[in-house]
Design a protein. Sequence first.
Length: 126
Amino acid sequence: MAERTYTISELAREFGVTTRTIRFYEEKGLVNPTREGQKRLYSPAERVRIQLILRGRRIGLSLAECVEVIDMYDPANNNATQLRTLLDTIAQRRDKLLQQKQDIDDMLAGLDEVRTLAESALADSH
């Protein structure tokens, strides 16, 4: 029995992305579908690779970071290196986001302070 394949349209629909996104991954060499005439056919492994790239992108990883982690897949060694790298990447991304969140909170507090001063000055001028 032949292995199940997926068309670009099926994958785009399943993952909620455009076919252009998947073609971009192909242009970058991240996935390599087989061709049947003009039709691209993706294997289950290619489907999982696209899914993992999209998952990484959703959590804020760069395309390069996604690919670095995915390419470390090594079931013979229990994927320990891949998982450690993923955990390190997540920790770095989380630290960066927490710093950005703190910066935003500080800016919001500053805006609130200036707004309060402006409202007070406006009230005093009446």
